[in-house]
Write a protein that binds this ligand. Structure first.
Ligand code: AHR
Length: 502
C-alpha cells in the first residue's frame, strides 16, 4: 500500500504553462504534411494549416511552439521563407533526409499557425551559419512597428502589424550541429548576437534563450555562464543577457547506438527506459545547482526545449525523418517527465517535447488525410490543468518499488497542483509492468466534494494505428472511494491516473 500525503496549504511555486510546450522543426513530416498542406491538397485546412491537427492540438492547450529547429535552425536563412511562394528559394534539407525544402512554410506561416493554435511563439535563430545582421533583421522584420527597411518589407509581404515574439533562441546545440563550438567561444558569440535581439519601442520584451548543455554536460553550463551571465538590473530595464538557458535530453533506451524499436521491446528495456526518463530529475538538479551560483533567485529559466524518446525509425521509413510509433511506454515517459517538471517549476520555466507531429515522441501521427492521437497526446490532455496552477507539497511513501536487474526504482510517481478556485489535480503514474498498487490519498485539511478521475492504461506495447486509432485512450475512472481523510483506489500496472478534486 502507498500513501500519498498532500499538504494543499503549502504552495511550492507557479507551474508556468510553457512547461507543456511543443517543438516543430523542418524535419521529416512534421511541418510539411503533419501541420501544413497545400491549399488544394484535399485535406481540410485553413490557410494551409490542417484543421484536424490544429483542432486536436487546441484541445490540449498548446501554450508555446518552438520553430524552425533544432539543427535546421542553424542552417535556416529566414529571408528564403518570405514573399511570394513561387519566388522562394528551394534548397536541400541536408540535415534531415536530403529532401527538397521549398520554403513554402516560413515566418508568416509560423505566426499564422500560432494564431490558430492560440499559443505563444518561440523562434530559434541561426548562429551556426548566420550573421548577426541576419538575426537582427529577422527580429526587426517580426517585431518593429515603425518605418524601417525590414518592417516595410513585412508590410509589402502582407502583414501590417508586428507579431509578438515571446521567446528567441540564440542558436541551437552549438556544441554540436550548431557549429561544434567550445562553451567559451559560444558564450562570447552569445553575448554579441543577443545584443542585437532588440526590444523595439513598446513591444513586449523578447525572452532570450541561451544555448545550454546536452544532457549531463555540466562543463558547458559552467563555462557558458562564466562567459556570458550578466545579472539583470530591473531599475534600468536591463534584463541581463539571458532569460533562459536551454537543456536537451533524449531517452534512447540502449544508448545512441542501440536505440531499439519503438514497439518491440522487452520488460528489461521498459525499465531501462523508465530509468532514463527519471534521470531528468537529476539533470535539472545538476544544471540548476550551477545556475543557482549565478542566479540564486531563479530569475533565469531552465528551458528544456527538446525532450522525449528517440528510437529507431519505423521500418521502411526514411532514416532522416525520425518517424516513430508511440506506445504506453511513451505515455509513461511523458507522465514521469511532466511530473518532474512540475516539481521543479521554480527553475524549469519552459519545456518543449520533441516533436509535435510525426517526428520522435509525437502527440499526433498522420498518414495522408488520416490522423491519430498517440498515448503521449492523452497524457498532455490529462495533465493540461496543471498549466498555470500552483504546485502543492506532496509525498508518496516509497515502500513500493519496481524494476529488474540493475533498474530498480519507485513504482509510483506523482505531482499535485492547485488552481485559483481551490480545485486540485493529482497525476499519478504506476511504472510497474505487472503490479497494481493500493493508494490512499491523504489531504491536510481538504474534504473532497467531487472527484473526476481518468485513467490511461494498457499492455506495455499498446499503441494506436491508422487501422485502430482508438485502442489507447483515456477512460473515466470510477473505482475509487472517498474516505474521511481523502481518496483511496487501486492503480493498475502500467497506468496513469489523473484526479480532479474539488
Ligand atoms: O529533434 C531532433 C534533433 O535533435 C534536433 O534537430 C536537434 O536539436 C537534436 O539533436
Amino acid at each position: 500500500m502507498a500513501k500519498l500525503y498532500i499538504n494543499e496549504k503549502k504552495k511550492k511555486g507557479h507551474i508556468n504553462p510553457e512547461i507543456y510546450g511543443h517543438f516543430s522543426e523542418h524535419l521529416g513530416r512534421c511541418i510539411y504534411e503533419g501541420l501544413f498542406v497545400k491549399k488544394d491538397s484535399g485535406i481540410p485546412n485553413i490557410n494551409g494549416m490542417r484543421t484536424d491537427v490544429v483542432e486536436a492540438l487546441k484541445d490540449i492547450q498548446i501554450p508555446v511552439l518552438r520553430w524552425p529547429g533544432g539543427c535546421f535552425a542553424d542552417e535556416y536563412h529566414w529571408m528564403d521563407g518570405i514573399g511570394p511562394k513561387k519566388n522562394r528559394k528551394k534548397m536541400i534539407n541536408t540535415h534531415w533526409g536530403g529532401v527538397l525544402e521549398d520554403n513554402s512554410f516560413g515566418t508568416h506561416e509560423f505566426f499564422e499557425l500560432c494564431r490558430q493554435l492560440g499559443c505563444k511563439t518561440y523562434i530559434n535563430g541561426n548562429v551556426g551559419s548566420g550573421s548577426v545582421k541576419e538575426m537582427s533583421e529577422w527580429v526587426e522584420y517580426m517585431t518593429f512597428d515603425g518605418i524601417s527597411p525590414m518592417a516595410d518589407m513585412r508590410r509589402e509581404n502582407g502583414h501590417d502589424k508586428p507579431w509578438r515574439v515571446d521567446y528567441f533562441g540564440i542558436g541551437n546545440e552549438n556544441w554540436g550541429c550548431g557549429g561544434n563550438m567550445t562553451p567559451e567561444y559560444y558564450g562570447n558569440l552569445y553575448r554579441r548576437y543577443q545584443t542585437y535581439v532588440r526590444h523595439y519601442g513598446k513591444a513586449a520584451p523578447i525572452n532570450k534563450i541561451c544555448g545550454g548543455p546536452n544532457a549531463d554536460d555540466d562543463n558547458w553550463t559552467k563555462k557558458v555562464l562564466e562567459t556570458c551571465y550578466a545579472s539583470p538590473h530591473p531599475e534600468n530595464d536591463f534584463h541581463g543577457f539571458m532569460d533562459g538557458l536551454s537543456l536537451h535530453y533524449y531517452v534512447h533506451p540502449g544508448g545512441w547506438d542501440n536505440k531499439g524499436s519503438a514497439t518491440d521491446f522487452d520488460e528489461k528495456t521498459w525499465y531501462q527506459t523508465m530509468d532514463k526518463a527519471l534521470y531528468m530529475d537529476k539533470l535539472i538538479r545538476l544544471h540548476g545547482a550551477i545556475m543557482d551560483q549565478y542566479d540564486p533567485e531563479k530569475k533565469i529559466g531552465l528551458i528544456v526545449d527538446e525532450w522525449g524518446t528517440w528510437y529507431e525509425v519505423e521500418p521502411g521509413t526514411n532514416p532522416g525523418f525520425l518517424y516513430q510509433q508511440n506506445t504506453m511506454r511513451d505515455a509513461l515517459v511523458a507522465a514521469l517527465t511532466l511530473n518532474i517538471f512540475n516539481k521543479h517549476c521554480d527553475r524549469v520555466k519552459m519545456a518543449c517535447i520533441a516533436q509535435m507531429v510525426n517526428v520522435l515522441q509525437s502527440v499526433i501521427l498522420t498518414e495522408g488525410d488520416k490522423m491519430l492521437l498517440t498515448p503521449t497526446y492523452h497524457i498532455f490532455r490529462m495533465y493540461k490543468d496543471h498549466q498555470g496552477a500552483e504546485l502543492v507539497e506532496s509525498f508518496l511513501t516509497e515502500e513500493e518499488t519496481t524494476g529488474m536487474e540493475e533498474y530498480e526504482m519507485p513504482a509510483l510517481q506523482e505531482s499535485v497542483s492547485m488552481k485559483e478556485d481551490g480545485s486540485i489535480l493529482v497525476t499519478l503514474a504506476n511504472l510497474s509492468v505487472s503490479d497494481r498498487h493500493f493508494v490512499e490519498i491523504v489531504f491536510a485539511k481538504k474534504k473532497p466534494k467531487e472527484v473526476k478521475a481518468e485513467i490511461l492504461n494498457g499492455e506495455i506495447h499498446a499503441h494506436n494505428t491508422f487501422e485502430e486509432p482508438e485502442k489507447v485512450k483515456g477512460k473515466a475512472f470510477e473505482d475509487f472511494a472517498v474516505t474521511d481523510e481523502g481518496i483511496s483506489f487501486i492503480i493498475p500496472a502500467c497506468s496513469v491516473i489523473s484526479l480532479h478534486v474539488s
